[in-house]
Design a binder for this molecule. Structure first.
Ligand SMILES: Cc1ncc(COP(=O)(O)O)c(C=O)c1O
Length: 418
């Protein structure tokens, strides 16, 4: 039995079929009714209007540009010290300064002490990340933002469908954005959306979006091609080793789009483009928002199996008492003496691939120009420590109960760590 992690994506047969259709009949790849319909699906789901864009990173950039118009003198954005480089790029591209916040030891939440000490008269907004789908303390964050006259931006890239006290994530802040990138809760290989409390602001952003270019057709086709390949070949990834070889060759040939480009890794922000969401990718997304409850119920079931059966020391950073979390993945933490790369290699020999995308360093992924992030070493010591020991276990639709138990059996085996 093969068990893939982040690498494997939550692509169902319907999305694969839509991608095949896009490749065979390449009509209306950029504009068409699917974008409108997907936008309506999200609007209905949230209970407030949403605008689709090419990615979560584009959505964040547009939100920040809008906020800048309202507060031209404020230049700083508070952001989790355990984050992805594309978030940092959006802040820098908007000409703003990221001010990193430490996180707490439980559930990757923003550390209140750090918030109090790093907010200033210059702070424009606070981004709450709900990392891996663990919902932060909104009562506290909302009153903090009110007290300091800041806008609250919800980064719901990991947490679509989660709730805080029965209210959907994405409807609690002044602005919110979502990601439909590969390995997110719902995916069209690439995609994103944003919403706002202030309808006038959302309208202004919508007008801006309509003036953005689309990604080149070649890129749009690559996203469709990647969707089909990952749906078909990950099934035979380990069984025959053939799937792995095919995906590796296609990737080498440049047939798959990069999730994070070289410019993004080097934080060359002036070269990073923002795009509209193409109709052909909206065709992949359609239906996925409606089936979110089943998607999330599956993730929660797998997370519960991990929570009840993994050795207690692996889940010591987690608290499951709050209901309605999203469980994008199930992050476990190892003792700092465990060599994650070595562990990864050992587990791969058992056909289990761990998710290391959020491991090793607090601004991920690993091969970025860290200096350009403007992160000061040791300024978020907990975030640095936690990133070094965290590994993500998969919860997506292809993880069966049997697969979860196989993962647990492997990880609970003390021999593995010797
Ligand atoms: C926490 C977080 N926020 C935002 C994003 C940006 O989403 P996208 O990849 O759609 O630009 C990501 C993407 O990886 C993310 O992990």
């Amino acid at each position: 039995m093969s068990i893939l992690s982040q690498f494997d994506q939550n692509i169902d047969a319907k999305a694969c079929f839509a991608a095949v259709r896009n490749l065979l009949f390449p009509f209306n790849l950029k504009r068409g009714s699917a974008t409108t319909n997907a936008e309506l699906e999200l609007t209905e789901f949230l209970g407030q209007p949403a605008v689709l864009v090419d990615s979560g990173r584009t959505a964040l950039y547009l939100i920040l540009e809008q906020l800048k118009k309202q507060n031209p003198n404020k230049t700083e954005v508070l952001v989790s010290g355990y984050t992805c480089v594309v978030v940092v790029n959006s802040i820098l591209k908007a000409g703003l300064k990221p001010v990193y916040l430490d996180i707490t030891s439980i559930n990757f939440k923003l550390d209140p002490e750090s918030l109090h000490s790093r907010v200033s008269a210059n702070t424009l907004a606070l981004i709450v990340q709900n990392t891996f789908g663990f919902v932060d303390d909104y009562d506290f964050l909302q009153s903090f933002c009110q007290q300091h006259d800041l806008s609250l931006i919800e980064d719901a890239a990991h947490s679509i469908g989660a709730k805080y006290k029965e209210q959907k994530i994405g409807t609690l802040g002044d602005f919110a954005f979502f990601s439909f990138g590969s390995n997110k809760i719902i995916t069209s290989s690439r995609g994103g959306a944003l919403t706002a409390k202030d309808q006038k602001a959302l309208l202004e952003i919508r007008e801006l979006v309509l003036r953005l270019p689309f990604q080149p057709i070649s890129q749009i086709l690559k996203h469709n091609f990647k969707t089909v390949c990952f749906y078909l070949f990950t099934k035979i990834y380990y069984e025959l080793k053939l799937g792995k070889a095919i995906l590796a060759v296609f990737s080498k040939l440049g047939l798959f789009p990069k999730i994070i480009t070289d410019q993004e890794k080097s934080l060359t922000v002036e070269e990073i483009e923002c795009y509209q969401y193409p109709n052909s990718l909206a065709r992949l997304l359609l239906g996925q928002i409606k089936s979110l409850p089943e998607n999330l119920a599956h993730r929660e079931k797998i997370a519960n199996i991990y929570a009840h059966n993994l050795n207690i020391d692996l889940i010591s950073n987690l608290d499951f008492s709050a209901p309605n979390q999203a469980f994008l993945s199930f992050p476990i933490s190892f003792d700092s003496s465990v060599d994650l790369k070595n562990l990864y290699a050992k587990l791969e020999s058992f056909n289990l691939q761990l998710g290391l995308e959020w491991s090793f360093q607090n601004i991920v992924p690993q091969n970025i120009d860290f200096q350009m992030t403007k992160y000061e070493l040791l300024s978020c010591s907990n975030a640095e420590r936690i990133a070094k020991i965290t590994v993500c276990l998969p919860t997506h639709s292809k993880i069966t109960e049997a697969a979860a138990h196989k993962i647990i059996k492997l990880l609970n085996n003390e021999q593995l760590y010797r």
